[in-house]
Design a protein around this ligand. Sequence first.
Ligand SMILES: Cc1ncc(COP(=O)(O)O)c(C=O)c1O
Ligand SMILES: [Zn+2]
Length: 406
Amino acid sequence: MKKDVAYLKCIKCGERYSLDEVTYTCPKCGYDGVLWFEYQYENIRIENEESFLNKWAPVFPFETLDGLDFRNLFPSPMYKNDNLSRFLNIPELWFKDDTRNPSGSFKDRASLFVLKHALEKGYKKISLASTGNAASSMASIGAAFGIDTYIFVPHTIPKPKLAQLVVYGANIIMIEGKYDLAFDLSIDVSMKFGWYIRNTGFNPYTVEGKKTVSLEIFDQIELPDWVFVPTGDGCILGGVYKGFYDLHKLGLIEKMPHLVAVQAEGSASIVKAFEKRQLLPEKVNAKTIADSISVDYPRNGIMALEGLYKTDGLGIMVTDDEILRAQTILGKLGGIFAEPASSAAFAGLMKAKERGIVKEDERVVVLLTGNGLKDISSIKIDNIKVFKDLDEIEEYIKKEEDKDGL
Ligand SMILES: Cc1ncc(COP(=O)(O)O)c(C=O)c1O
Ligand SMILES: [Zn+2]
């Protein structure tokens, strides 16, 4: 467990730190210097325990598992869907479903790890900046453990995510501006007041929490050929990469799956940098309907890019229309309701299949990272007809029966 952590390494300059030496990013590199947990892999043996947590405890950065058995968070379901497999002609198409996590998104993985560390350190207040999902996640888990949360969000946050914050009783600090401004302000204020900061691409425990998804994928289907990841800050992608890195270092897999960063065309910092083979993400002026992946400068872009390069991965841009079409297809063919940011991953797979990059006989995982109910602003629900009698309903049904298709 914690004794097996070898050191923390800066993803940018490679400098090594001991676990108690630094709390957030590399002092030399500032915000870009996200820290990476390196374990003493040669001393670790993974036994085939029945419980997910017991099995993987040696590669968690904690002495104990106390608190991690939170509401069946680990592992999340993994399934195939015949209709969607047929639609893309990929028999081995798997969906990793984090839409049913306690707060409805993938972010619960990171929030729980951060919360556990905060409790160990004796903090009573946790802060973060978020486009909405990490916010609602931290607020939910904080409430469950009796920790106060201070949540910085852009004023454009979708209403359902805001409603979650209100219900969970978070202290909401809404910022007139984008996520990037909320991020900077949250750090300044939190440092002043001494709160523990969960920000993604800043707190190294977030990546350790997010890597659990790869350990679960390994338990559930062993090794996929591709993993499609909707990407904003690049922290989920960094976490997915870290999980497969650990598995590889432990000698449990011979190679890593190709990781795919799927970004909205209007917020494609990492994909643009990847196409130019850069090590640093680009700065863009983000604009997309997929609010959770709308980011000007990704906070964990360097780690995400490393993940793409080291796994012979791919970056794919999708338009907002493609995202919405993917959302509809997931819903109508699969009965899956994923928010736009999450549906982007499936849109990316559709594109990769169309271009012949992903082959029919390959094993593919698509991450479903956010529940569709969290952002319904782009779903057309205002033009639904209201009926007043039997005749009207009959006429409507006859007309509908003549139509078909998506
Ligand atoms: C539903 C959903 N998908 C994908 C992402 C992208 O994650 P990251 O910002 O770590 O790249 C987020 C982040 O907020 C999200 O909420
Ligand atoms: Zn550094």
